[in-house]
Write a protein that binds this ligand. Structure first.
Ligand code: ATP
Ligand code: MG
Ligand code: ZN
Length: 514
């Protein structure tokens, strides 16, 4: 990698002439040390000068210390030297010009741009491919300190690799199958439930009314979860917030995948002011016209402050954030069904299996690696009992690429997914109306993941006595469970399993319409 940086330090005042020799010496020593500490590469201060309260330094580096890291170190050394002896302070620095040339594994399919990069060019030399980046000189100092330059360079390679290989191919390996089960219908379950007035679409995209009939079935499923999973394994119910601000999605790393496939949140905005006068005009307009002046309204609200619950568990972590969990409190085992989850499911309108407002069960556990792995396996086995025995569904388990590994930054964690040390298992149900079992697409109804250190690290959670902390979680929606169930067993209770019926005292008669 080849770097060229012109940096300008701002000083609290001009440097006295007698300080110049010292600076010369400091730079010389810095370059020598850098050179000595590495067996290859070249690092050089090609020139420097000072005028008024500015100090300009030019750095060139080939396969050696990166100039911006040199600047960060130099800043300290200069401040010490100049401050003590000459009472001149360092105010900060800015880049005048920063170019980076990096070799590429692949040639880009298509040119692209990147934030904080003013110019991105690709070229070939002696059969090799390179990218040349002009870093935006306005880049904030603290971005540089926190590794933005390194991530810019890495992002170039990631984007090219994505152009060639597309989004990571979904790893999908079936690890267990219930075997064939008896089906009582091969009709579309959404249509069946709609015709029976069990569910009804609203005016809003992919949103449904869940009538008392359907809600009774959802409540039965809750009780089944308690009896088969949560009671025996010692899980407690809690209520996780459903409005999620950016700080959480930054820590969970959902934010970096925003609308890149896998994280499609609904955004939340705030009013710019809550003063009645501020909205009076809007209120008047609505009163008179009986319509919403959407554009005017948009001017009166903030940029998104975050969004609605998407994956359910990330906001849980604000509870433990920055804390050290007592050993006696581990493992933590909780579940949440306190409110809906929202996903902007793009594409055409979907059935009840893919809704924008969904009702999910989240199962979450935190503990040592051993505890986490053990609980993960226990939950998985109990879920199997619910799907296969209680609901009598034709289902299978598949090891899949988890979402957090699909984001390229985590590619290197991939192979540990092999034996679910860290990884995800999906439960999938056969949907007879979609065609033959071998050819048709099965419906994912639930997943369970062992996530390792990701969340405890992301939210700075520690455990007493330096125990390594892991977490695992799983989610499944009533919409998916019931779509899968109706798709195989239909609406007639006579065809439902005894074990399920035991949980339904009385199925409310659907309301009829004339
Ligand atoms: P899919 O690939 O089918 O969109 P997903 O990978 O987005 O599913 P996850 O993010 O793994 O789903 O969420 C876990 C569970 O949440 C799913 O197994 C399913 O039960 C439920 N779920 C996810 N999206 C929806 C949706 N739009 N409608 C109903 N349930 C959903
Ligand atoms: Mg999805
Ligand atoms: Zn989760």
């Amino acid at each position: 990698m080849k770097y060229y940086l012109e940096v300008q330090f701002t000083l609290s005042g001009p440097l006295p002439d007698e300080s110049k020799e010292e600076i010369e010496e400091l730079l010389k020593l810095f370059a020598e040390k850098t050179q000595e500490s590495r067996d290859k590469g070249e690092f050089e201060f090609t020139q420097w000068n000072t005028k008024d309260n500015k100090l300009d330094i030019t750095i060139s580096s080939i396969d050696s210390l990166t100039p911006h890291v040199a600047v960060l170190r130099l800043r300290k050394q200069l401040a010490a030297t100049l401050g003590k002896k000459y009472r001149v302070g360092l105010r900060g620095f800015n880049f005048v010009k920063y170019t980076i040339e990096t070799e590429l594994e692949d040639k880009p399919v298509k040119e692209f741009s990147l934030p904080l990069v003013n110019k991105l060019e690709f070229f070939e030399k002696e059969g090799k491919n390179y990218a040349k980046l002009d870093i935006d000189p306005e880049i904030e100092e603290d971005f540089v300190e926190k590794g933005a330059i390194e991530r810019i360079v890495r992002r170039v390679g990631e984007k090219i690799s994505k152009q060639h290989y597309g989004a990571k191919s979904e790893h999908h390996q079936i690890s267990w199958y219930s075997g064939e089960k008896k089906h009582f219908t091969d009709e579309n379950p959404t249509q069946l439930m709609q015709k029976a007035n069990w569910i009804q679409r609203t005016n809003y995209r992919n949103q449904w009314i869940l009538t008392p009939t359907l809600t009774t079935l959802a409540e039965a499923l809750k009780q089944i979860m308690v009896d088969y999973v949560y009671e025996p394994l010692g899980f407690n119910q809690m209520m996780i917030p459903k409005l999620v601000d950016w700080s959480i999605w930054l820590r969970s790393e959902h934010a970096e995948g925003i609308y890149q496939g896998g994280f499609e949140p609904y955004f939340v905005v705030q009013p710019n002011s809550a003063d009645p006068e501020y909205f009076e005009e809007i209120a008047d307009y609505i009163t008179i016209t009986k319509t919403i002046p959407s554009e005017k309204l948009a001017e009166k609200v903030s940029a998104p402050i975050g969004g609605l619950s998407y994956a359910q568990c990330p906001p849980f972590w604000s509870w433990l954030q920055g804390k050290t969990v007592a050993k006696e409190s581990l493992p933590i085992k909780v579940y949440d069904w306190s409110g809906p989850t929202y996903r902007y499911e793009s594409g055409s309108a979907y059935g009840f299996e893919r809704v924008d407002e969904l009702h999910r069960i989240e199962t979450l556990f935190i503990g040592s690696p051993e505890q986490t792995k053990e609980i993960g396996m226990q939950v998985k086995d109990k879920l199997r009992v619910i799907f296969e025995e209680v609901l009598d569904l034709e289902v299978r388990e598949a090891k899949v690429t988890p979402w957090w590994l699909q984001q390229s930054a985590h590619e290197d964690e991939m192979d540990s997914a092999e034996d679910l040390v860290v990884g995800t298992i999906d439960y999938e149900a056969y949907m007879p109306y979609r065609g033959k079992r071998e050819e048709s697409e099965w419906l994912e109804i639930q997943n369970i993941s062992i996530i390792g250190q990701k969340y405890p690290k992301g939210f700075s959670v520690k455990a007493e006595g330096n125990i390594e902390l892991w977490s695992g979680c799983g989610g499944g929606s009533f919409e998916r469970f019931l779509t899968a169930f109706v798709s195989q067993k239909g609406l007639d209770k006579n065809n439902w399993s005894e074990k399920f019926l035991k949980y339904i005292d009385k199925l409310p008669e659907p309301v009829k319409f004339h």
